[in-house]
Design a protein around this ligand. Structure first.
Ligand SMILES: [Zn+2]
Length: 170
């Protein structure tokens, strides 16, 4: 049954629902490979190993309505979400070893390897800490170009397909 067939009062309700206040969120997913270890973990994670990590970056903002803009109808062009994430974070972490500054044996070992790609962190590289670190790096990187209140709302960091951490704007 189409809207035209409904009683007029029902049509009014449908129109009202269509103008309900909503927020728009967009998410871009990227993947990267990295090594890490959790030095004090009481099980497997204390060993040097790697993951196929995935990061999902969620942005909020008003949908851009400027007539004729390439971004008309978007919160941000997904291509730009990806480009910024790569420039600021993913290219630095991909195929790197993520090591806690306090993990001295591994820091010393990695420093002994010529030109090794190492990312030294102030925190133990758990999914939670990596999600927080990524959020802190990316938060200033997404600039509101069109006055549409663009900002990062959440970074979801997958250590495995079944294990992830969400760092959400408080
Ligand atoms: Zn691990």
């Amino acid at each position: 049954m189409g809207i035209a067939a409904l009683h007029p009062s029902y049509r009014a309700i449908i129109r009202a629902n269509q103008s309900t206040q909503t927020d728009m969120l967009i998410t871009r997913r990227l993947e990267f490979d990295a090594g890490h270890r959790i030095p004090n973990h009481n099980s497997q994670c204390k060993h040097l190993h790697g993951h196929r990590y995935a990061i999902e970056i969620t942005l909020s903002g008003d949908v851009i309505t400027n007539e004729g803009l390439s971004e008309q109808g978007m919160v941000m062009d997904f291509t730009d979400v990806k480009r910024i994430a790569k420039e600021k974070l993913v290219d630095a972490w991909d195929h790197a070893f993520l090591v806690y500054r306090g993990d001295k044996p591994v820091c010393d070992f990695l420093a002994s390897l010529p030109n090794h790609k190492t990312v030294i962190l102030n925190v133990v590289p758990t999914a939670e800490n990596l999600a927080q670190a990524a959020f802190d790096i990316l938060d200033p990187a997404y600039q509101d170009t069109y006055g549409n209140h663009l900002r990062i709302e959440r970074v979801r960091l997958y250590e495995t397909p079944n294990n992830w951490a969400d760092c959400v704007r408080g």
